[in-house]
Design a protein around this ligand. Structure first.
Ligand SMILES: [Zn+2]
Length: 335
């Protein structure tokens, strides 16, 4: 099988002008929405009108997809913690090594698509990391993420012991791409191991917006979100007692410090614990830009997208207390 980079080099020069290549990859096997969004996106592209190349890895983790699970059953690893991979390692290490070898010297942008797994609930949101030697500033990453209109973009630390996601965070595809100087970020395109048509559509529109922003396609894309509420830390909220969690709020609802997130009930339905969070977790609704439809990439570049969002957020600077709605029933840190 020819390597992607060799195949792209063999194309007519006009079709690879400027070498702009966003790559959508789906790292985990139970995450369907991103796969469908990417397929819809390339299905709508006209090859004669694309300036550059789009490479879609419909699933990076075929063994996990086969069993509709986050991890490949052969080694139980989170593929998105194994980059840049090891060609002599276990199956996930080999997969990530093969994928990463194709990306090197090939991709100008990598979009790593995910959804939360079945037991979680969320609306689409973005996750981005920052590499100390990365060439791409936070504002550019936020701008790219904004085309997906995320409820929030979450800045994710790769430091250990953050209480957010166990495992080897620097082994994420997007972080390793940043280390190579390739802008990269993640979109969590909703939750659940089944198709959510609204979220799939939202993902497809995000791809189109990014492609127009990069100059791969002409045309009309939805404007990006005008303001984004940047999240700088996330956590699990845990409880003392066993039972069933009955939540009191939906995704994206604002819950102030001290207000109950939900109840732990026993098998008679009696409340055995009320789950609250002591720190504010913030309002993470974004304010979509008002105004007419987007016409061309110049307008996209001119859109106001910045850290912390609009005036309201400047009164409430985005700091550690800004976290997405996280509770024992649905956590934002499962990727
Ligand atoms: Zn994932």
């Amino acid at each position: 099988m020819a390597r992607v980079v060799e195949h792209l080099a063999s194309l007519a020069p006009a079709s690879r002008a400027k070498g702009r290549i966003p790559v959508g990859t789906m790292a985990s096997g139970a995450e369907i929405n991103g796969i469908l969004a990417a397929m819809d996106f390339i299905g709508e592209l006209s090859p004669t009108e694309v300036r550059g190349s789009v490479v879609v890895t419909a699933t990076a983790n075929a063994p996990a997809l086969d069993v509709r699970h986050k991890y490949a059953p052969q080694d139980g690893q989170d593929l998105d913690q194994t980059f840049p991979g090891n060609p002599r390692g276990l199956i996930s290490d080999r997969l990530s090594a093969a994928l990463f070898a194709e990306l090197r010297g090939c991709a100008d942008l990598v979009i790593s698509m995910h959804t939360l797994s079945l037991i979680y609930d969320c609306n689409p949101y973005g996750v981005y990391k920052q590499h100390p030697e990365g060439k791409f500033g936070e504002s550019e990453l936020l701008r790219l993420v904004s085309f997906f209109r995320p409820t929030v973009p979450c800045q994710m630390s790769v430091e250990p012991g953050q209480g957010e996601l166990p495992g080897r965070i620097p082994g994420a595809l997007d972080y390793q791409c940043l280390a190579l100087g390739i802008p990269a970020f993640m979109i969590e395109l909703g939750a659940g191991g089944r198709e959510d048509r609204a979220h799939v559509r939202q993902g497809g529109e995000g791809f189109i917006g990014v492609a127009a922003h990069m100059g791969l396609i002409e045309g009309v894309a939805r404007p990006p979100a005008a303001t984004l509420r940047r999240v700088t830390s996330r956590t699990h909220v845990t409880c003392e007692r066993g039972g069933l969690f009955r939540r009191l709020h939906g995704s994206d609802e604002l819950v102030r410090a001290g207000e109950p997130l939900g109840r732990i009930v026993d098998m008679h339905g009696e409340t055995v614990e009320t789950v609250t969070r002591e720190r504010d977790i913030g309002d993470h609704r974004h304010s979509p830009r008002a105004g007419g439809p987007y016409r061309g990439s110049r307008g996209l570049r001119g859109a106001r997208v910045g850290r912390g969002g609009g005036a309201e957020m400047s009164r409430h600077p985005v700091r550690a207390a800004q976290a997405p709605h996280v509770d024992p029933g649905r956590t934002a840190s499962e990727r």
